[in-house]
Design a protein around this ligand. Structure first.
Ligand SMILES: [Zn+2]
Length: 483
């Protein structure tokens, strides 16, 4: 049996590989509605695990969940000038309902700042009502012309945090705090290393004062913007009249933040860890962390092996692990392995007659390598193997990213680095900060400024001149071709 059958190798065509890997793992499917996808149970299970972890992190930082309408009066979007300009081209508009033309068309939310801040205006009266820290889990519609499963679809699932604060410093602290939460989630749960920093004006959210992002480097050397947080300033507060009475009795506009991550993260997980066999799930987000496969050739062997496999699965489940026992009859072990590998299950435990005799199981890692684990210490042994796998996935991804990051690039190097199909990676260089240079670089290389990196990621010494124009650098930028 060919292990790679049906999957395009990454080196041949990464984009085709991605689709094959997603389909083979049964994460998602195309739908009859163009641009929309069906998230299949295997994909939705990953999303539920992501949601669970993020939701805990949001609540641990003081946020509460709420839900706002899917429909937004069209006039709301127009209240914030940059916002409407940014989103108008991609909104879907409902003009008819109940058999009649609506008096005012309703926009299907492309993001919920406007409808949420209209409520905030009613809820917030005094400084005592601040900060107001809300999160919403919802679906979003943005009319995309070119779509890809998970990465860019017309409808997608996400969370959007929306907060109101008394002053700029508190809003800024919130935007930075949530950027840190996203980073921690990406690294500790997805094993996906990210760099953090601010967006340039041309890349920031429509209507925001400042946008921050976590950016990851995929295996094809293109960047994935995996999450953003925005300090919205008082723009939306002014548009929706969100004011509060200060302790001194004055009236002030609140400062807002918003922040979001979406089902796009699943695409990031696939493109960070997948190999030519299919997806690889980091253990903490694997719907099935361990599959137990009993191996027998005769009824006698079956009588010895099956109870041992059942017992192993039971013990692991009792310890809180997500376990499947694959005791299907009439199916060769190799065919089972192939199926579970394609789903990215991190650890497979094989139990044959000899293993039973030796009171052990054979543990095969999805990323390669086999080792016996004694049944006596099964739970601890499996937990250690999963922890080690989680760590090694993050480390491998970090090493790959660093190997494909170049610091202090010159103009010629930037052009060279971004050229060709396999070209890319993170290019660090000096940036004068001008929109003209940014646009010229994008035109010449298709690379955009992913972030103006936070201090931790900056080069030392700092670049002195702009990569493009040679003028003194205002700071450092990281360029990449992006999804
Ligand atoms: Zn310049």
């Amino acid at each position: 049996m060919s292990q790679e059958q049906g999957i395009t190798p990454r080196a041949q065509d990464f984009s085709a590989w991605y689709n094959d890997a997603v389909m083979r793992a049964e994460l998602a499917d195309y739908s009859v509605v163009r641009g929309c996808m069906v998230i299949r149970p295997n994909g939705y299970a990953i999303w539920e695990l992501m949601q669970g972890a993020l939701d805990r992190m949001f609540k641990d930082t003081g946020h509460r969940n709420a839900y706002f309408p899917l429909f937004i009066p069209q006039s709301f979007l127009a209240k914030e000038a940059e916002h409407v300009e940014g989103f108008a081209p991609e909104v879907a508009v409902v003009t008819h309902a109940g058999g009649k033309e609506l008096e005012e068309p309703l926009v299907v939310r492309p993001t919920s700042e406007t409808i949420i801040y209209a409520s905030f205006a009613k809820w917030i009266q005094s400084y005592r009502d601040l900060p107001l820290l809300i999160n919403q889990w919802a679906n979003i519609v943005r009319w995309e012309l070119r779509t890809r499963l998970f990465l860019r679809t017309t409808e997608f699932l996400w969370q959007e945090g929306h907060t109101a604060h008394a002053d700029e410093a508190d809003a800024e602290r919130e935007a930075r705090l949530m950027l840190g939460v996203y980073r921690r989630f990406a690294e500790e749960w997805m094993a996906m290393p990210v760099i953090t920093g601010a967006k340039t004006d041309s890349e920031k959210f429509a209507g925001a004062l400042r946008t921050y992002a976590i950016e990851a480097l995929m295996q094809d050397n293109r960047a994935l913007q995996a999450g953003t947080t925005h300090n919205l300033g008082q723009n939306f507060a002014r548009a929706f009249g969100v004011q509060y009475q200060t302790a001194a009795g004055g009236l002030e506009y609140v400062w807002n933040t918003s922040w979001g991550v979406s089902t796009r993260l699943i695409g990031g997980l696939v493109m960070t860890h997948g190999d030519d066999v299919g997806i690889v799930c980091p253990p903490r987000l694997a719907p099935t962390q361990v599959v137990v496969v009993p191996i027998w050739k005769s009824d006698t062997e079956r009588a010895a092996v099956l109870p041992a496999a059942e017992g192993a699965a039971r013990d692991l489940k009792a310890a809180g692990l997500r376990v499947e026992l694959d005791a299907r009859e009439g199916m060769k072990p190799g065919a089972k392995y192939y199926e579970w590998e394609g789903r990215g299950v991190p650890l497979r435990l094989e139990i044959g007659p000899r293993d039973v005799a030796r009171a052990q199981v054979f543990a095969a890692r999805r990323t390669g390598g086999k080792a016996p684990i004694p049944l006596a210490g099964l739970v601890a042994g499996v937990q250690a193997a999963l922890d080690e796998l989680q760590r090694s996935l993050l480390e491998a991804a970090r090493q790959r990213r660093e190997a494909n990051s170049r610091r202090g690039v010159t103009r010629a190097e930037l052009v060279e680095l971004m050229s060709g199909e396999g070209g890319g990676g993170f290019a660090y260089g000096g940036f004068c900060g001008s929109a003209a240079c940014e646009a010229a670089i994008k035109e010449a290389t298709r690379a955009t400024v992913r972030v103006l990196p936070d201090e931790e990621f900056r080069s030392s010494p700092a670049p002195a001149t702009c990569v493009w124009c040679g003028a003194p650098a205002a700071g450092e930028a990281v360029w990449a071709k992006a999804y």
